[in-house]
Unconditional design. Sequence first.
Length: 235
Amino acid sequence: MNRILRVALPLALTLATASASGSTCYGTPARGRLHGGVPLPAQGQNYVPYSTLGVTLGRTYVHQTARDIVVEAYEATRVSMPEKRFMYGETGLATGGPFKPHRTHQSGVSVDFMVPVIDRAHKSVLLPTSMQNKFGYALEFDASGSLDDLRIDFEAMAEHLYQLAGAAKKRQVKIRTVIFQKELTELLFQTKRGNALRASMPFMKATPWIKHDEHYHVEFSLPCRPLGEHGTASN
Ligand SMILES: [Zn+2]
């Protein structure tokens, strides 16, 4: 191999790997950055964002692989549960970094999902998010998963988590952690997908710093570069 090829080939391979996803994450969810972040779709056939304002403000960016996983899982859930409606929450900024009021979401690998809910008639409806309830984040469900006329749709949520894990696995990605209220997670385990989730989904055991009853936080285990390298990347 001549000298130019010896230098150029590894570089070309590196570029090919990088462009396969288009995004590069740096550091950790608690202290990280994102290069080439992409927004989650502003709307899908069976899902919506928590807030159009949040979308406009650029608060729904993720690593492209995370986006692909989220989109594929929604599609799979549409096939298995066509009548269900879903909503995603905040994910992060286009360039990652500090994302108040969240403590993590800094490297494009964290996604908040608002709980799917059913009304009294057991119809799948969307969470009533508004500025008054902090776009859903201030809603409080009780220990049985109820809030006024709404109840968390545990079957739909379990199916969604199951499909997220499947879509991640296809890309050799693992779900690193899921944060959801403990007593509600027990109810999730009583669903059709409950045993599968209990066996393989890494629910955080520690009590989180804020109540996770109206949303579940999912973190993907994507290979990120050390944060120090970020200075060399343009964004
Ligand atoms: Zn979160």
